[in-house]
Every structure is written in C-alpha cells, then in structure tokens.
Ligand binder design. Structure first.
Ligand code: B12
Length: 306
C-alpha cells in the first residue's frame, strides 16, 4: 500500500485515533469494497463518524487509503475495471454521506471551482480538497474529471469564483494543466489559482512555470493556506451551528457507549426530552448542562464546545 506523510491536522477537541484503530477501520472499509458490499462499507464509515474522527482523517486515512490499494491492485492487474469502478462509486457516495453529516460551521460567502484537468481521471485528491473547503464554509463547484479548458473558462467567467483549484496526477496532464490555468486567467480578472496532485509534486520545476498562486502538495495544508489567504478566521460562527455541533458530539459519545437517550438522561440527571433537543441542536443548553453531560460521559467540557 502506498503511504504519504502524516497530515498536520488542525488542533481540535476531537480525539486522535491511534494508528492501529485507523488501520482497522480502513481495512474494514477496504474489505467491504473488495467484496462489493456497499452496506458494510457504509458501516465502516459510520464507525469512523461515531468515533468522532475529523472529516480529514476519514477522507485521508479511510477512504483515500482504501482507494489507493484498490487502484494499486487494478494497476497490477489484480482487479477488473468493473471492480475498480464500483469501488470508486461507493466511495463517492460515502463522501456524499459525509457531506450530509458534517455540515459547515459557518458560511464564508467564498466560492471555489475545483476540477481535475481534462484527461485525468484521478479525482480523489481534488474531491478531498473540494470537500474540506466545503466544511470550512466555502461554496464549491466540484467538476470531477473531463472538463475541457474552454468550458472551464466559460464557467469561471459565469461564476467569477474567488478560487480555482486544479489537479493533475498524470505527468502527461501538466501541459493541459497549464492550458487550463491560462484559460481561467483570460476568463476573469485576478483569479486565485491553486494547483495540486501527484504530477505537480513529481515535476516541481514544470509546476512552478505554470504560474499558479499556490502549488499544493497536500489538501489539508492547502485548505489552511487558503483560509489564511482569504482570512476566514473572522467569519462569525452562528449559535445554531455551535449547538448542532455540540449535539452531534454528545450523540456520538452516547452511541459509542451503547447508551440510549434515557440511560444518558439518568446518568446526567437531565430530562430525556431536553437531551433529545440537545442532540438535535435545538436546545440552547446551559454550561451547567454541558458539565453534567461531560461528567456522565467522562468527557472534558472543552471536547463538546471546541
Ligand atoms: C487510484 C488510482 C487510479 C484509479 C483512479 C480512480 C479515480 N476515479 O480517481 C484508476 C484505477 C482508474 C487509475 C487509472 C489510471 N492510472 Co492511476 N493510480 C491510482 C493510484 C493507485 C492512487 C491515486 C489516488 O487516488 N491517490 C489518493 C489521493 C487522495 O492522493 P493524491 O491524488 O496524491 O492527492 C493528494 C494530494 O496530491 C493533494 N491533491 C491532489 N490534487 C489536488 C488538487 C488541489 C487543488 C490541491 C490543493 C491538492 C491536491 O490532495 C490529496 C491529499 O493530500 C496511483 C498510484 C499510487 N499508489 O498513488 C496510480 C497512478 C496515479 N496512476 C497512474 C496511471 C499511469 C494511470 C493510468 C494512465 C493507467 C492506464 N494505463 O490506463 C490510468 C489513467 C486513467 C485516467 N484517465 O486518468 C500512475 C501515474 C504516473 C504518472 N505520474 O504519470 C500512478 C502513479 C501509478 C503508477 N505508479 O504508475 N488510477
């Protein structure tokens, strides 16, 4: 299996899974893909979500790692095109489940177009970047693969995004990457252009000549870089989003213990209806209530509200 460096994920109150845990859940997901068992694949992803892992961890250490193994097996002739296509589709659907589960905390009002360059069918890198931007509150048009430069430029002209991000994996795609960047630059004034992907990493000199504003080697680092560039830190997070996030975390902790809402209500001394409101993000709960939940679930208060 191909590996890549550990990603310096942003600090949060979420627990960092051990390497062993990550391997086990990734392997569960991979085995499900190999068997063509979509329901089991969904359960592996649910397990990662109920462990309260960060979205970036689930994308990079579960979905992408499994897809790299699938791709390597296909390249080695050990898997048919049909099996690879099925695994790809299951993984795209799981990413869409994650987009439903991890709603953005805020809306930045910023807009990005993200695409792989035309002949390149390697879409997981740009998709991960697109989804991580979405969780940061960007509006994202993700085009997948196969958009010709002229159509990309038309869309950029129409939508006038703040950011255009393009990915090239095959070394032979670098020429087209350059063409796409030029087409976008001629379609709109001063677009901020990010390029990334394996080919950009492998051919740093050629990549530097393309004239992008940012050459990214890693989706997580790129998201934090553009966050600084566009200064999204000051965007206010609405109370509803905070309550929703606290509710998701309480629910994840309760489910991890195998407790019903009634059992958590008994352990915390809170009313079950109140607790249901908390889990649905509808209850503007007091700090005292957060403390009671923390004590019952053996979790520091900071883990719920960070
Ligand atoms: C999966 C895979 C496939 C799948 C693609 C499935 C899909 N729909 O995406 C399938 C099996 C279809 C496939 C096909 C081919 N593949 Co292939 N594939 C791979 C494999 C195994 C993994 C790639 C991957 O998904 N990595 C996971 C992602 C998450 O990592 P990543 O792309 O690097 O992205 C990270 C960063 O680079 C960054 N990033 C990426 N893009 C962007 C963009 C932006 C804007 C930003 C900010 C960040 C960013 O973010 C990610 C996380 O940090 C690699 C080998 C390997 N072990 O890596 C070969 C590989 C990429 N494939 C290769 C080749 C040659 C092909 C084929 C041409 C083979 C053939 N003879 O037909 C075809 C091309 C098909 C096509 N039209 O593109 C070569 C490329 C060689 C080269 N550099 O030119 C590789 C390296 C295999 C090899 N060792 O030869 N492949």
């Amino acid at each position: 299996m191909t590996t890549w460096p550990n990603h310096p994920l942003p600090k949060s109150g979420r627990p960092s899974p051990s390497a062993g845990e990550l391997r086990r859940v990734c392997d569960r997901y991979l085995q499900a893909l190999l068997k063509g068992d979509e329901a089991e694949a969904a359960k592996a992803v649910r397990e990662a979500v109920s462990n309260d892992w960060r979205p970036a961890t689930i994308y990079l250490d579960v979905l992408a790692k499994a897809m790299v193994t699938i791709g390597d097996m296909w390249h080695a002739g050990g898997l048919s095109v049909a099996h690879e296509h099925q695994a790809t589709q299951v993984t795209l659907r799981q990413a869409s489940v994650l987009r439903q589960l991890f709603q953005p905390l805020r809306q930045t009002g910023l807009h990005a177009i993200v695409s792989a360059v035309e002949p390149d069918g390697h879409i997981f890198g740009p998709m991960i970047f697109a989804d991580l931007l979405y969780y940061e509150g960007w509006n994202v048009d993700f085009l997948g693969a196969g958009t010709p430069p002229v159509d990309l430029a038309k869309l950029a002209d129409e939508r006038q995004p703040d950011l255009v991000a393009l990915s090239a994996t095959l070394n032979t795609s670098l020429g087209l990457l350059s063409e796409c960047v030029q087409a976008v630059r001629s379609a709109m004034s001063e677009p901020y252009v990010v390029i990334g992907g394996l080919a950009v990493k492998a051919e740093p000199k050629k990549a530097a000549e393309i004239g992008a504003d940012l050459i990214a080697h890693d989706a997580v680092e790129a998201v934090s870089h553009v966050g600084e560039r566009f200064d999204v830190s000051g965007t206010a997070v609405p109370l509803e989003a905070i309550l929703r996030r606290v509710g998701e975390r309480v629910k994840a902790k309760r489910i991890a213990r195998g407790w019903s809402q009634q059992q958590l209500a008994d352990a915390s001394g809170l009313d079950r209806t109140y607790l249901s409101g908390v889990e649905h993000g509808r209850q503007n709960l007091t700090l005292g209530a957060v403390k009671k939940l923390g004590d019952a679930l053996n979790t520091p208060v900071s883990e719920f509200v960070s």
